[in-house]
Design a protein around this ligand. Structure first.
Ligand code: PLP
Length: 228
């Protein structure tokens, strides 16, 4: 796959939009990821803890690793010392564990966290609803966390070609972002990300206000799950 060309294309498309790209490298080898790294890409996303951990050890340490898949609390400890951002925070309990592990690791920077909001109608997709996210932010437990930083919201839209539906879902996530920003992070510049849009729908997502698209197959080609 012409990875460098694909990245070049995306970077051109993103120019002037204020939107950044996470290269979703799940199922791809460290050698393949290194190609993207050599082409200048520094933000990579993985959805499984073990895979992320292995790749962290194989690749340069100035990579900004984002976890974008569901995270079990008992696995936070494996990534707490190096992960830049956990995009898939879907409960207060998970956030507490992330905070605890970040503290133990004595990191020089907090772990960035995004609140995953469920915007699709598929029940299999993880995420909180808006009310649950608000309850988390209002909790005393959250106020006592000093080793995490909430940087925005993340959502996975329905897997559909229906443009109207996709736009509705993206718009809803943007609305959630704005309300949360105004209520909890008004003067806080850390809270700025709306992570939405993938290979099939990133253009729409940007039109609807995405600040971070997560692109896998559009950069690396189709995934082959049979090799895993
Ligand atoms: C796999 C994945 C992506 C990227 O999907 P593509 O269709 O290959 O761009 C984005 N976000 C999440 C949460 C994913 O799991």
């Amino acid at each position: 796959m012409p990875i460098a060309e694909n990245l070049h294309y995306f970077n051109q498309q993103l120019q002037g939009t204020g939107c950044r790209i996470v290269a979703v490298s799940k199922t791809h080898t460290a050698a393949t990821i290194k190609e993207a790294y050599d082409a200048g890409q520094r933000i990579f996303g993985e959805n499984k803890v073990q895979e992320l951990e292995e790749k962290y050890h194989q690749l340069p340490h100035d990579i900004e690793w984002h976890l974008i898949g569901h995270l079990q609390t008992n696995k936070v400890k494996y990534i707490a010392n190096f992960v830049d951002t956990i995009q898939s925070v879907d409960s207060l309990k998970l956030l507490q564990e992330i905070n605890k592990r970040a503290e133990q690791r004595n990191r020089t920077t907090p772990i960035n966290c995004m609140l995953q909001i469920s915007i699709a109608d598929e029940e299999t997709k993880y995420g909180m609803n808006y009310e649950e996210a608000v309850a988390l932010l209002q909790s005393d437990e959250y106020r006592q966390m000093h080793y995490i930083r909430i940087t925005g919201v993340m959502g996975i839209a329905t897997n559909t070609d229906d443009e109207t539906k996709l736009r509705q879902e993206f718009r809803y996530l943007k609305e959630c972002f704005t309300k949360i920003k105004d209520t909890f992070f008004f003067a806080n510049e850390d809270f700025k990300e709306i992570s939405m849009g993938m290979t099939s729908d990133w253009k729409l997502a940007i039109e609807e206000g995405s600040t971070m698209i997560r692109v896998g197959s559009g950069i690396f080609g189709a995934r082959d799950y049979s090799k895993k």
